[in-house]
Design a protein around this ligand. Structure first.
Ligand code: FAD
Length: 692
């Protein structure tokens, strides 16, 4: 019901394709592509007061499910977008419906193992409210998109070209970007209604962001190549609805993923929402012997029923082939002047193992939005945008490698069962290169199926029984892989919350001790430059601005509508002297600095007079917060010496810190650090003293 309502909202919003005359001729930013990354960027820019025009070639939002796992970091970003995070939390299925992966030969067949990804191997991976102010979520991309669009309108983005105001951001559905020309000082894009050659609009912008997905036409037109592993696997994705399956699973075996190794077929069933009976079956796909049209409704119904060994209703909604790659674009800033910027799948495409694709893309948008806003408002030089590539490309590479590693872990289960996926690939390649050009397709398909069915017989019940020692050895191998956490993982706390920019809009710091903490797979809060500001539950004591009653996390101190840096100090004489320098610097800097005093309950008596008079003198110019629980933020982040001060960027990442006590050179040090972060003083190779 709820989903039907969401989609109705969207089809109403996008009921007509606007005329080209409605499109402005000049605009600061054009975004090509209205997937999750493009729409999120449109929201973030609009909040920061940057006008953008988003064109999406589809006339309506897609119904076919794709991404569904939203990690902690993305939820932290969504949480501050007018309650988007809480809306997702409220609409997603209950945790017990998606915390587990099941490995079986059929749903009522042999269960090889079940893994709980919230409590894997006795760990606890549901972090809220200790390490994060929110939680990971399971919410399908096709349900997220209408909510993102709705959120865009709340942020001031217009979906209605007729009432478009000057300087207002807009989303135009049913428009495609056909070509672009970029030069040193601008980008010129040709837009036209999708599939029509009758009319076109030439739009000039300062920056064009290509969020046009894995097959990015913009990337190709800029001649940017992808680096990595191409075509790891081809799959067919069958979207279906089944009430009976849903009921069966809720009653017997709720979960997010079901890996079914069955003699008739092998597939992963993704339960997108057990309450709505919404599923996707992902199955290996072997073109050209197979093509998408072979997956008729009746064929899909037959295969799904065989797979599950259950007599269930199967309403097939759509069938979509897709190819898994592990590739990163050689660069993210293209063209003369680097004014064409790749984001999301246009910049990187990974195996969905671990759910990093959409999450990484949304985090690209978060990194990019404040930099675009700062440059377009002349608060930073254009070179700041170069740091988008310096920072995000290594993250894309790391997440690609991690996704491949996780994909291989997923493959370890079929391999242990004697279903070697690399063998299947080899057979397919052999057929393509030998009989591929001689035998008719239907016959090739039969040959392929014949060979694969012999392989799949490995998991027939006649084979996998307790009297068969080979089968028993295989089953215990599978159980061992699952118990040791060496199968497909859902959560990567360190990569999710501790990804670190080592170069870019920050003053790097070498610290061996903390680097080694960072290499652990678990999340350990750190306050080194490049990482996201660690969360702690806080209360505002003084100087809160409107809306500060909603501040409950250190991350809430960074407001998505304010283009400002945070300067975080502890409540000591040294910290407050630094804070005074920051207040002074803020008066002369084009980029505002917001001073936050993080008090602990045990203020030093010896400094009480100084602290009191400082607060009186600067009343209203700073924000003072205190830990809501008996927690010490500095200790939480592993900071052992007193007096450390921290500069935080508008995207929550720490730009610089100093552990020096305040002195006569502090103002200059802070000014140099701030200039260096923004790129005003590029030659300055400021290296900060490490903090222990
Ligand atoms: C089976 C599967 C499961 C996945 N699971 C997860 C998961 O759990 N978590 C996760 O984080 N990621 C997951 N992903 C990856 C995720 O779906 C993608 O990373 C995400 O869709 C990328 O978003 P995007 O906005 O960059 O691109 P897209 O979603 O591809 O959007 C690009 C948009 O650009 C439009 N477009 C293209 N060309 C033009 C043009 N010339 N003019 C105008 N518009 C244009 C397209 O129509 C499209 O709407 C999964 C992917 C698959 C296939």
């Amino acid at each position: 019901m709820r989903r039907a309502r969401d989609l109705a909202v969207c089809s109403r919003i996008f009921s007509t394709i606007p005329s080209v005359d409605a499109i402005p001729s000049e605009i600061p930013v054009v975004i090509v592509g209205g997937g999750p990354v493009g729409i999120t960027l449109s929201i973030l820019l609009s909040k920061l007061g940057v006008q953008s025009l988003l064109v999406e070639k589809r006339c309506k939002l897609p119904d076919h499910p794709q991404a569904h796992f939203i990690n902690n970091r993305t939820m932290e970003i969504f949480r501050r977008l007018d309650g988007l995070g809480s809306k997702i939390e409220a609409l997603q299925p209950p945790l017990d419906h998606w915390r587990r992966f099941t490995y079986c030969t059929a749903l009522d067949g042999l269960v090889l193992g079940v893994v709980d990804h919230i409590h894997p191997k006795g760990k606890h991976y549901f972090f809220a409210f200790f390490f994060v102010p929110t939680n990971v979520a399971h919410f399908s991309q096709h349900r997220l998109l209408p909510i993102l669009v709705e959120n865009a309108t709340k942020s001031g983005v217009s979906l209605d070209p007729i009432s478009l105001q000057p300087n207002q951001s807009s989303i135009f559905m049913g428009y495609q970007c056909d070509s672009i020309r970029s030069s040193l000082d601008k980008v010129v894009a040709t837009l036209r209604p999708t599939g029509s050659t009758a009319s076109e609009k030439i739009v000039t912008c300062q920056y064009l962001v290509a969020a046009d997905g894995a097959g990015s036409g913009v990337r190709k037109s800029m001649g940017v190549t992808l680096q990595g592993q191409h075509n790891l696997q081809q799959l067919i994705s069958v979207h279906f609805i089944s009430e009976k399956l849903s009921k069966y699973l809720v009653d017997n075996r709720p979960g997010m993923l079901f890996f079914v190794f069955n003699p008739s077929a092998i597939a992963v069933i993704v339960a997108h929402d057990l309450r709505l009976g919404e599923f996707v079956a992902q199955m290996p796909f072997y073109p050209p012997q197979q093509n998408a049209d072979d997956f008729t409704e009746s064929e899909c119904q037959k295969t799904i029923r065989q797979l599950l060994s259950l007599d269930i209703d199967v309403e097939v909604k759509s069938v979509k082939p897709w190819v898994m790659h592990a590739e990163v674009a050689e660069k993210c800033l293209c063209g003369e002047g680097g004014r064409v910027i790749l984001a999301g799948d246009a910049a990187h495409r990974f195996p969905p193992a671990g759910g990093f694709g959409m999450n990484t893309g949304i985090q690209d948008a978060h990194n990019l939005a404040w930099k675009l806003a700062a440059v377009l408002n002349s608060m930073a030089p254009p070179t700041l945008l170069e740091t988008y590539e310096t920072e995000r490309r290594p993250i894309a590479e790391a997440n690609t490698a991690l996704s491949v590693e996780n994909f291989k872990a997923a493959m370890s289960i079929p391999s242990a069962l004697g279903l070697d996926p690399s063998y299947a690939r080899m057979v397919h390649e052999t057929i393509n290169s030998t009989v591929g050009s001689i035998l008719p397709k239907s016959l090739q398909s039969q040959v392929l199926d014949g060979i694969f069915s012999v392989g799949r017989a490995q998991v027939a019940s006649v084979f996998l029984n307790r009297y068969n020692p080979v089968a028993q050895a295989r089953i215990s191998h599978v159980k061992k892989i699952l118990e040791q956490g060496k199968s497909l993982q859902l959560q990567f706390p360190a990569e999710d919350l501790l990804f670190r920019y080592t170069n870019g809009a920050l003053v790097p710091e070498d610290n061996v001790e903390e680097s080694s903490r960072e290499r652990q797979r678990e999340y350990v809060p750190l306050s080194v430059p490049g990482v996201r500001l660690p969360h702690m539950k806080i209360k505002v004591l003084h100087g809160g601005s409107p809306g500060s009653e909603d501040i409950s996390s250190t991350l809430d101190l960074i407001h998505p509508s304010r283009l400002e840096f945070l300067f975080l100090v502890e409540c000591s004489a040294s910290g407050l002297n630094w804070a005074e320098d920051a207040l002074q610097l803020s008066k002369s800097s084009p980029f505002p600095l917001r001073v936050v005093v993080l008090s602990d309950q045990t203020a030093r008596d010896a400094e009480a007079d100084f602290v009191g008079s400082w607060k009186e003198r600067n009343a209203g110019a700073y924000t003072e917060v205190v830990a809501a629980d008996k927690c010490n933020w500095w200790e939480l982040c592993g900071v052992s010496q007193p007096g450390i001060v921290i500069l935080v960027r508008p995207d929550d990442h720490i730009a610089w810190r100093s552990s020096k006590q305040h002195g006569s050179k502090s103002f200059e040090e802070l000014r140099l650090a701030f200039d260096s972060v923004l790129g005003w003083n590029e030659k300055l190779q400021l290296k900060s003293a490490g903090c222990k």
